[in-house]
Structure formats: structure tokens, C-alpha cells
Design a binder for this molecule. Structure first.
Ligand SMILES: [Mn+2]
Length: 433
């Protein structure tokens, strides 16, 4: 009980500090002498809702250039920051790459990272780079915040009257499992007061005003994610963001159902092929490559497909699942990338996760990132789910290397026996990447 109270107190204080930072960063942003601000947001509902909130807040003060990123690829950060001098706001992404973002800020422009993901602070962060993230104050951003809630409070620090858009923060919050807490709960309070959401104290569920009706935010969130990610190369992110600005699907209903249909067809094609061929198997990994079967869809679809596959019988429960797809080498709004890459996505079945938690296997985030980096790619994620990119043509080397890296005893001396805490066992961090 005391422990709980102490935690609550720590969260409350942390959030107060985040809100103070928000005011300060907004002030600094408004003092910048620029016509334009670049907003870089993530490709899921939380990122889209957050991007919309920032666009709305900046309207009339700056023009905005909006880029949707599926991941914070170092090569993209480099390209993005090499041009222009206007401020950049990264939202719902960027925290794990804060040192790189800072290092690549040669033009010393104002950069604000508004994010709730785990923060990497190894290395120096320049004073032009501001980070709005509760993790700085020891408050878990995966529990007490989301990208859109943070963006909402930041937007409110920039401009008055943002309350009527607070429902967007509620939509973003849906990716956080369990009852709303911290900043997410604060945003719901504001949305209810503004008349754009309802909240049922009993079941801790909210509804958001959308197309003139109070609608479950879960439904809105799923659709926004499909639009932005499956439709990534068809202006899906812009359409999703505009839908958020209008709190309406008007004009995009057809587009949305075409995307849902397209993804379903692609999934079932790959599924029937895999049922016929089976998965490729190594000692600790089972893998497949869809090549161009998800062509012209954003790379999130391979991750979602892996998650779906985890519930199917063709997946062994004692091997890590790895899926790959060919990637297009352009980023809408940013142009071509150098080289050809494949997107890789990994998931740990329960049995594997238990071994990871017990310390006899390495977390996926670590081995995937290490293997990808070794081959000239990059990766990140969590213990049970990770993703990244590797150069096209090196897929086999990648899975073989990852297979070797997974086993701790084959890595050399740094042997250390971990412990499964009850917390870790009951609530493994599950984040869709
Ligand atoms: Mn998020």
C-alpha cells in the first residue's frame, strides 16, 4: 500500500515536471525565427493523432511540412536534418535515437522530441534538442502517457482552445493496455469537460466524438493505423491525419475499405503459401520471406502479419519467429534512400520469452539490432518483439547470425543469470512495432 502510494506520488511529480517542460519548450519554439516547422510522426494511430494535434497547434504561426516515418532509420534522420534550418518536431518516435538526432544536428536547429518510448541518453544531447518524455523523470511512458497525450499537452502550451481536439489524445491512448492513467487520464478529463468525449468510471472506458457520434476510440485507432501504415505509399498518413483534424471519415471511407481488402488478400495469399511450404528452420529461429507479396504497403504489415501468425499452428512455440519483406527505397515526403533493404520483424513465442526473461536467451531487441547493424542495417524494439532493416541480399546471413547471437552461452564470458520477477512474468511488455 505504501509502495503504491509512493509510486503514485512519483508519477504525479513526474507528470507535473513534464507539463512544466511543455510550457518551456513551447515558449522556446515560438521564439524561433522561422516560417516553417517540420513535423515527423509515427505511422500508427497514436503517431497520426499526435501529428494532427501539432499541426493544429502550429497553424497560423508556422506553415508545416509533415513527414510520416515507419521507423527512425538513421539514414532518414541524416537526410531529413541535412536540409533547411527550420525546427523539427519528432513525435511518437525518436527517443531511442535521441543521441543520434542530436549528433546529426550540425545546423544547430531547434529540435523537439515529443515521445513516450524508452529513452536513450547515452551520449551527449545538445542544448538545441529538447525532449518531452516522462521517462526522463522515471515515469513509465508505456503506462502513463502516449504520443498523442504528450502532443496534446504540448499543443495546449502552444495555443489556446486546443481542448476541443483533446479527443485525439484519447484515441492515441488506446495503444496503452489497461485503464487510462497519468497523462492519458488527464487528457480524458479535459476531453469530457470539453464535451468531445465520455468516460465511464465503472468500466474505465471512454468514447470520442467522431462524425457527430460518440464512438469507441479502439475502432477509430485501428482504422487510423490501417490507413497510415497499409496506405503508407498512397498518401494514407496524410488522409489519416486530415481525418483526425476533422474528426470524421468523410471522403475516405472507400479508401479505407480498399486498403483493408488489399491487406486481407495479401495476408491470405502468403498464408496459403506458408501452409504449403512451411517455415524455414534454424536452431532457435523459424523464418519466412514474403519477397514482394506485400508490395506497395508500409512495412508495418509484416509485423502485424507475424503477430497474426503467432496464433497459427505452423509456428513452433520454441523458436523465434522472423518475417521479412522487400522494402521500397523511398520515403514519401523525403525522397529516395540509398541502397535496397528488407524489413525484418521478430516475435518471441511464450516459451522463448520465458527463456529470455530467465536470462538464458538474449532479448530480441538486442540480437536483432546487433545482427542488423553488423550487416549494415539497423534495428530496435523490445524483448518479445523487435524489428529493423537489413540490406537486400543478406537475409540468410542475418537469420543465421541472429540464431547464433540468441544463445547467451555461445557469446562468451558475460554470463549472467537473470531472474523472472512476478511483474515481468505477469506483464511482459508487449508493444507492436
Ligand atoms: Mn505511441
Amino acid at each position: 500500500m505504501t509502495m503504491e502510494l509512493r509510486e503514485d506520488e512519483q508519477v504525479r511529480r513526474g507528470i507535473e515536471k513534464v507539463l512544466k517542460d511543455s510550457e518551456e519548450y513551447a515558449k522556446r519554439l515560438l521564439e524561433v525565427d522561422a516560417d516553417r516547422v517540420v513535423i515527423v510522426h509515427h505511422d500508427d494511430a497514436d503517431g497520426v493523432a499526435a501529428g494532427a494535434l501539432l499541426k493544429l497547434a502550429l497553424e497560423g504561426k508556422f506553415s508545416t511540412h509533415i513527414v510520416c516515418l515507419e521507423k527512425t532509420y538513421p539514414q532518414i534522420v541524416k537526410k531529413l536534418q541535412a536540409q533547411g534550418k527550420e525546427p523539427i518536431i519528432y513525435v511518437d518516435l525518436g527517443s531511442p535515437h535521441a543521441p543520434l538526432i542530436s549528433e546529426l544536428n550540425e545546423l544547430k536547429r531547434t529540435i523537439i522530441i515529443v515521445d513516450h518510448h524508452d529513452l536513450e541518453l547515452k551520449g551527449e544531447i545538445g542544448e538545441e534538442v529538447m525532449i518531452l518524455n516522462p521517462e526522463i523523470y522515471g515515469v513509465d511512458g508505456g503506462t502513463y502517457a502516449c504520443g498523442a497525450s504528450l502532443a496534446y499537452f504540448f499543443a495546449r502550451s502552444i495555443r489556446r482552445g486546443m481542448e476541443r481536439y483533446s479527443g485525439l489524445a484519447v484515441i492515441g491512448s488506446v495503444e496503452i493496455p489497461g485503464e487510462p492513467r497519468g497523462l492519458n487520464l488527464l487528457a480524458i478529463g479535459e476531453a469530457v469537460r470539453a464535451g468531445v468525449a465520455t468516460y465511464d468510471e465503472k468500466d474505465k472506458k471512454s468514447k470520442v466524438l467522431w462524425d457527430g457520434r460518440f464512438t469507441k476510440p479502439e475502432v477509430l485507432s485501428t482504422k487510423l493505423t490501417v490507413m497510415a501504415s497499409v496506405g503508407y505509399y498512397q498518401e494514407g498518413p496524410q488522409k489519416a491525419l486530415e481525418s483526425c483534424v476533422r474528426c470524421s471519415w468523410t471522403g475516405v471511407e472507400n479508401f479505407l475499405s480498399l486498403l483493408e481488402e488489399k491487406r486481407k488478400r495479401a495476408y491470405s495469399n502468403v498464408m496459403s503459401r506458408l501452409q504449403y511450404t512451411g517455415l524455414n528452420k534454424l536452431r532457435r529461429i523459424q523464418w519466412f520471406h514474403v519477397e514482394d507479396q506485400f508490395h506497395d504497403m508500409g512495412v508495418k504489415v509484416i509485423g502485424t502479419f507475424c503477430s497474426y501468425l503467432m496464433h497459427q499452428r505452423i509456428v513452433d512455440d520454441d523458436k523465434v519467429l522472423v518475417g521479412m519483406m522487400n522494402m521500397r527505397n523511398d520515403v514519401p515526403g523525403l525522397g529516395a534512400l540509398e541502397g535496397s533493404y528488407v524489413k525484418v520483424s521478430a516475435r518471441a513465442p511464450k516459451k522463448v520469452l520465458t527463456l529470455i526473461e530467465a536470462g538464458s536467451l538474449e532479448p530480441l531487441s538486442k540480437v536483432l539490432a546487433e545482427a542488423a547493424k553488423h550487416l549494415g542495417g539497423f534495428g530496435d524494439g523490445h524483448a518479445a518483439a523487435a524489428s529493423g532493416i537489413v540490406p537486400k541480399g543478406r537475409e540468410r546471413e542475418f537469420v543465421e547470425l541472429m540464431d547464433r547471437l540468441l544463445a547467451k552461452e555461445e557469446r562468451g564470458p558475460e554470463k549472467r543469470v537473470g531472474r523472472v520477477t512476478l511483474e515481468k512474468f505477469l506483464f511482459p511488455k508487449k508493444v507492436e512495432k
